[in-house]
Structures are given as C-alpha cells and as structure tokens.
Design a protein around this ligand. Sequence first.
Ligand code: DGT
Ligand code: CA
Ligand code: CA
Ligand code: ZN
Length: 572
Amino acid sequence: MPIHNNDIKEIFTRVADLLEIKGENQFRVRAYRNAARTIGELSQNVADMVEKGEDLTEISGIGKDLAGKIEEIVKTGTLKMLQDLEKETSPELTKLLQIPGLGAKRVKLIYEKLGITNVKELKESAEKGILSKLYGLGEKTEKKILREIGRLEESEKRFNIAAAEQIADSYIQYLKKLSGVNDVIIAGSYRRRKETVGDLDILTTCEQDTDIMEHFVKYEDVSEVISKGNTKSSVILRSGIQVDIRVFTPESYGSALLYFTGSKAHNIAIRKIAQEMGLKINEYGVFKTDKKIAGKSEEEVYKQIDLPYIPPELRENRGEIESARKGKLPNLLELGDIRGDLHIHTEWSDGHFTIEEMAEAARERGYEYIAITEHSRHTSVANGLTPERLAQQIRRIDEINHKLDGITILKGIEVDILEDGSLDLPDEILSKLDIVICSVHYKFNLSRKEQTARIINALQNPYTNVLGHPTGRMINKREPYQVDMEKIIKCARDNNCFLELNSHPDRLDLNDIHCKMAKQMGVKIAISTDAHSINGLDYMRYGIGQGRRGWLEPHDVINTRTLSELQKLLKK
Ligand code: DGT
Ligand code: CA
Ligand code: CA
Ligand code: ZN
C-alpha cells in the first residue's frame, strides 16, 4: 500500500480530534494538529523519505516522537496509538467534529451523556428532539445540527482539489510506467480546476495490444473494481474516490478530451451549435453526415464550429461561448504572471518559519516581493501581534530588507475585524505598514445585514487595502458567512480596496463567481497563499486555477504588478 502524505495527515488529525474529545492537554492536541498540517503541506513524499532513510526530524515541527510515529504509519499503514484511542472512545466520534457548531467539548458532552458515537445516532436523537434537552444546546442548535448533517452527507461525496491532485499524480505516474501507453490525462472537473471533484476521469491513448485495463485495475491503491472492459473501466480507491478510465484512438483524442472535460452544460451548448450547422459532435469526433471531419485535437473540434480554443477552466456555459464567438475570450492569468505573495505568516504569529526563510523561499520561486502579514492580537490562539510586537517586527523587516538581495519584504498585517467593524489595531501603527489585510475570524453567525455592515466598516478604514478570505468558507467544512457581496465589492471599489483570493485549497475564497463579479465591477484581486510554511507558498497554483475559473486576466490581479506599480496601488 502506498502511503500518501494525506493519509498521515488524516491519522494525525484523528489523533488530535480524539485527544481533544477526551479532554487532553491542549499542547499535546496542538502538536498533532500542527504535524498534520505540516505533512499535508509538504511537497516531498514522506513515504519516500522514510524509504531512503532520510531524517524526518529535519522537517520543521517534527520531533523524534512524531518522526517515529510517521515511520510506523509508513511501514504498517496504521498507528497503534490511534487504534488505542479509538478503542477507548469510538472511531466515528471524530466525524461529529466536522459538524459546524460541534466542538470537542460538545461532542464529549453528547458522547458521555447520550452515548452517541456516530453521525447516524446524532441525527436520530436530533430528529427525536432529545439533543435539545442537553445542557447548553437548545432547539436552535438542534435544528442547525440537523441542517449541517444534511450538508455533510452531501459533501462526503466530493473531494477537495488538493487531495484529488495527490491521488491523481500517483495514479498517472503509475499508468505511464506501462510501455505502450502514450497520452494519459485527467479530464472532468479536475481539468476545469474546480475546487472539489466528484470523481476522476482519465483518458488515454495506447499502442495496439497494450493491456492498459489490466494495469489500471492492478494499482495497489484500488479497493474495488466496479467494472472492467476493453475501452472503459472504473475502480474505487482506498480513499473512497472513484476513478474512470477510457481508451481512445489518437484520431478521437481531441473530441474525447473535449467531451470528458465537460462541463456537461458546456458540451450541450457546443452540440447545439454543431446541430444548427448540420454537424454532429460526440466523443469520437465531429461528423458531417457520416463522414468524420475532425477529432484529433480540441482546437480542431472547436474550429469546426467556428470557435477558438476555450480554456478548460471557462467551460461552464457561463458566457464563454458567446465571448469566444465575439473573439473576446479573456487572456487568462497564469502562475508565471505572479510576482509576489501578499499573505504570509511566520513564526512571529502561527507560522513555522522565520521571515528570512519565507523570503528566501519566495525568492527561489522567482518572486520579486512578499508581504509578511501576521495575525493581530485578537486572534490570541495564533499568537497575534500587539502594536508593540508589530512595531518590533517592522524594525526587524527594515533590517532584513537592508541585507537581503533579490526580493523585497513588504510590511503588513492580517488584522482582525472586530464585531463592530473596527480594526483590532490602532490607525497609528497601521499607518506604518505597506499593506493592511483585514479579515473576519470570529462571530461568523451574524445576520447578513450585520455581517455586511461590519465588513463595510472595516473597508472604510483609511488604512485597509485588502479584505482577506472574504466569505470565510472552509470547503466541505464551514459554510460562508452571510454577506451581501455586491455591496462589499462596491464598497471596496469606492475605498480603493482589493479583495483576496485566498489560495489555500480548503478556502479558495473568493470563489470563481465572485471573482468574475469583482472583475466586472472594477475591483482588483490579490491572489495570495496565506502560507504558514515554505511549502504553503506552493498553494498559489490552486488560487490561479480558481482565478482562471473567475475569468481573471493578469491586469485584474494586483500581485502581477511590479513592486513600484503595486506600491502605487496600495497607497491610498
Ligand atoms: P464531478 O466528477 O462531479 O466533479 O464533475 P465532472 O464534470 O467531472 O462530471 P463527470 O465525472 O460526471 O463527467 C465527466 C464529463 O463527462 C463531464 O464533465 C461532461 C461529460 N458528461 C458526462 N455525462 C454527460 C452527459 O450526460 N452529457 C454530456 N454532454 N456530457 C456528459
Ligand atoms: Ca469527474
Ligand atoms: Ca466520471
Ligand atoms: Zn485569516
């Protein structure tokens, strides 16, 4: 069994969850949570490192004890400590923590008082009204829990793009090992860079007599073969994700790729245009009466219906076909257009590296500048900065900039928006910064009107530059808070503020639709990673994917600018 970093991340997260439900020491809980995050963000494969006998304690945040546990997971596939914890409590208890509104304390209460150990039992007791009788819960909470369970059941079926990417990369590498295999590509929502994918759709072309299907189902990660045929097979992997594969001839590769990239809505629109022109399009090609006239490449297929190539991220039938027809497709942003990262945490708050380490890592990625943006004092769990510590950091950054070549560090902050919309730090210190991001980190459940007013108030602060993760959603985990996005975008425009597209794969916030809305309303976006570690800088690619889905072009994004252009934009 290959152990992916994501498996280790999940095991450590479960350990942390169960320890927390048991009411264990917070430091111990946090050590496992941090380790889970570190491993999740790592670009090297930990299993390979173990195999090569590399020293895992070189990874920041991983001590001897955790290194031993990682080795145990890589070698045995499980962790004895987790099994013991599960025996002591119940393996499905951690599931309950995914329900917003249920923290470790409440799960402990529900478990101890009602003996509830899984989501099904929780749902039953909420439906019967038993839950609301518990101390501190009440009917409103009970109703909310029922709603959230419904949502959880829905989201279970979809995988986050980052998790899907890890799984997909290994599978593709494996498939390419078979000789006679030519193209291997993942189509579907994955190629459209959607934030979550329902399943993976692989397309291949092979030399004759290549038994790709046999090779496909033999992958060690496969837990169930749903079907196996000559041109099409489906399996379920250990993680629960379904993978479909189809083989095509090179003559049909383009039309198949177009068809299976979707979206379904885009395909239907394309087919309709073809029909009106007396043509037929399917996965095998473009046909005039019964004669095949195209199919080798996607470009060729689009050309038959008088359209230019449309990038996969735009294929949602949200106006791309009309724009293509008018020759007005956006010139989509690319990773290479990004000149810097404007949302970075270091060990001054809850990051894992020093300012210098983050700056050097950013320079290695070809960036011209970064902004250091720690949390502010209200977020005390993240060691948020007081005005005094921020003043100290400003001096420190000046010193580092003086010594450092090839990259400029901007002085910033991710300041909390307090409940009344004021900022958590005084104007006096904010005025000394190059960039001020303001973010909502608590009181997510205000009414739409109150939450919108709160954010608008923050945007009106003369020192605010960027609204961080504007809706606060955590994909598959937490719904966005209720806001009137149109009002917020207008307010940002009137106050020369920008909106963040936070590239963390659990956030991707702003989403695609709001990015497009901001662009149309004339508000620019900052695509940042919110990195807490060096590897966190590499999340930029997910933000780029989401931004492309939101029709963003280089000039719509502030961190495609040179340093001096950016500085002009930030000066209000
Ligand atoms: P997912 O897997 O839910 O994240 O979304 P997709 O877009 O990957 O959808 P999936 O896996 O069901 O199918 C892959 C592609 O195949 C889809 O994007 C378009 C195409 N496709 C599937 N079913 C139909 C259909 O009934 N009609 C048309 N025109 N295309 C379809
Ligand atoms: Ca799919
Ligand atoms: Ca599929
Ligand atoms: Zn934040």
